[in-house]
Design a protein around this ligand. Structure first.
Ligand code: ATP
Ligand code: MG
Length: 183
């Protein structure tokens, strides 16, 4: 499974609908300070269900919505869609037959989020469920941010275990067991 496109609209500095394509296995994003490079990574984490505004470098969830500039008015919603190439079939289950998987999140000024999987409205946990065990979640190791390497080196054994369990694909089953036990 590979991220092939990110479609942004009204998100942080990306006010106009913008599509960023990742045609090959390696893509670099370059640009001057403040041009929006980190906002692209925030966008990915946000769609995966990130619920902490602080992790997205803001104070509240509505801070991800374009809040205006000297020449543009603020907008009322932010939307991000991630398109994954699933032609290798790594996302199985009910999505096994899909070569492309689209995951979208939209948020309004009152902070309410809606999630969509291949265009159909779904719950946040449906999105998290698909990606649990693939290493791609809001806090997992698919996104290595500044400071994360030193955090890993200094991590306690039980914190390191979380990463190993995700890599081994166990975290999905642990999460299901936890949910069953809490019912
Ligand atoms: P650096 O090289 O310094 O790390 P960067 O390219 O990573 O910079 P970002 O942090 O992605 O830059 O982008 C910061 C820009 O995004 C700032 O100009 C900021 O004003 C803008 N920005 C962030 N949130 C919003 C928002 N809600 N509405 C409008 N602009 C926003
Ligand atoms: Mg940055």
């Amino acid at each position: 499974m590979r991220l092939s496109k990110i479609k942004l609209a009204g998100f942080k500095s990306f006010v106009d609908p913008t599509t960023i394509s990742f045609p090959t296995a390696m893509t670099g994003i370059i640009g001057p300070n403040g041009c929006g490079k980190s906002n692209v990574i925030d966008a990915v984490r946000w769609v995966m269900g990130e619920s902490s505004a602080k992790h997205l470098r803001g104070d509240s969830m509505a801070d991800v919505i374009f809040n205006g500039s000297s020449s543009r008015k603020p907008v009322s919603t932010a939307s991000i869609e991630l398109v994954f190439d699933n032609s290798d079939g790594s996302v199985g289950g009910q999505y096994a037959g899909y070569n492309e998987i689209s995951v979208r999140r939209q948020v309004a000024r009152d902070g309410t989020s809606s999630y969509y999987l291949n265009g159909a409205r779904c719950r946040r946990r449906d999105i998290q469920d698909i990606f649990l065990g693939t290493g791609l979640g809001p806090r997992s190791y698919a996104i290595i941010e500044q400071g994360m390497i030193s955090r890993l080196i200094e991590a306690k054994p039980e914190e390191l275990r979380v990463f190993l369990e995700e890599a081994a694909g166990i975290s999905k089953y642990k999460e299901r067991r936890r949910e069953t036990e809490n019912r």
